[in-house]
Design a protein around this ligand. Structure first.
Ligand SMILES: [Zn+2]
Ligand SMILES: [Zn+2]
Length: 351
């Protein structure tokens, strides 16, 4: 039996925390559920999942649809697209059965690469290798989620570079049914008229459009700030997400635009967060005076998840006094601040 390998290569960087990660989870579930009811897909489709943040790993090795069990998606720091591509190429070499003169191997694999950010590693050698050695052996569909993804690099990779500009529930639903329809039509077509040509479902251009012009690639900051903290008691990490507010402030003599960020969620993570993270290049700063709202610790219930040690690490705290910093292991004493409102800079995540 010739298999039709379908890979999902998913960006699980910090910016995906919360709603988007849940939508990705739900999406994979709904795609698999529908494929399980399709006789052609059941017979030919095998699904694999690769996740990438700072690191890239296979979280579900290629497996038939009937036996696929949806994975728990991790979260990590960084968007190492270069690493993800090298990992994908190694995975294809390892898992996909090649066609030779004497032997018919698997059908041409189809890869859905989904990202919402800009690469934080170097991608040029991975892109060059993909184009010279893999682009004709696999169909790559690269999808930019939202307005802040680097569509330019996706367009370099493949002619099938798409953007899902709005990420409402309804848009996501249509997006996943487009993927499902494409997989179904491909599995039917390899059964009917054996051919490796990709059969993608028709695009609804109001939802998902081809990346045509990347001149308007946005270099501005995204609409959020994400900070990584660590629970003092459990030592486990968490992410605090702040969303941008822009207000027009009008006075008698002048008007100005004020920007700040309001807390929108605080998400507990497991220790594996560090295994998925790229350490050492998180030098983006934000001033605390721009951040509104302090969540409680999602792990231990301490009233504040936002105490900062002299080492720069963010930790949870339950009032003033002495605590051991879970980042640098030193004892810190928190006392009432000097009362000025200038704030100070803290490290923000790379997104
Ligand atoms: Zn805590
Ligand atoms: Zn510290």
């Amino acid at each position: 039996m010739r298999r039709l390998p379908i890979y999902f290569v998913l960006d699980v960087s910090e910016s995906m925390v919360g709603e988007n990660l849940k939508k990705l989870d739900d999406g994979i579930n709904s795609i698999i559920r529908t494929l399980r009811q399709d006789p052609y897909a059941l017979e030919t489709v095998h699904v694999g999942v690769i996740a990438f943040a700072g690191k890239a790993r296979t979280i579900v090795p290629l497996i038939e649809v009937a036996s696929f069990y949806p994975p728990k998606l991790p979260i990590g720091s960084g968007t190492s697209l270069g690493r993800a591509l090298f990992h994908l190429m190694a995975e294809l070499d390892k898992s996909v059965d090649k066609t030779t003169l004497e032997h018919k191997g698997d059908w041409k694999p189809i890869i859905y690469l989904i990202t919402d950010g800009k690469p934080t590693d170097s991608v040029s050698s991975a892109v060059a290798k993909w184009k010279s050695d893999y682009a004709n052996r696999a169909t790559l569909i690269a999808i930019a989620l939202g307005r802040f993804a680097d569509t330019g690099v996706l367009k370099q990779l493949t002619e099938h570079a798409l953007i899902l500009e709005n990420t409402t529930d309804e848009d996501f639903k249509l997006f996943y049914s487009w993927i499902t329809d494409s997989v179904k039509s491909q599995s039917k077509s390899v059964s009917d008229i054996p051919s490796d040509d990709a059969n993608l479902a028709k695009l609804d251009e109001t939802i998902l459009s081809l990346v045509k012009d990347t001149m308007d690639f946005r270099k501005v900051d995204p609409d959020y700030v994400i900070l990584t903290g660590r629970c003092q008691r459990t030592r486990l990490p968490y992410l605090m997400k702040y969303e941008r507010n822009t207000q027009q402030v009008k006075h008698q003599d002048f008007s100005m635009v004020a920007t700040n960020y309001t807390i929108s969620g605080c998400y507990p993570l497991g220790e594996e967060y560090f295994e998925w993270s790229d350490t050492g290049n998180g030098q983006l700063k934000v001033n605390t005076s721009e951040l509104l709202g302090t969540p409680g610790c999602p792990h231990c219930g301490n009233i504040s998840a936002f105490a900062i040690c002299a080492c720069g690490g963010i930790m949870c705290l339950n009032g003033l006094g002495t605590a051991v910093c879970p980042w640098c292991e030193k004892e810190v004493t928190f006392s009432i601040g000097s009362g000025d409102d200038e704030g100070f800079d803290v490290n923000r995540a790379q997104g």
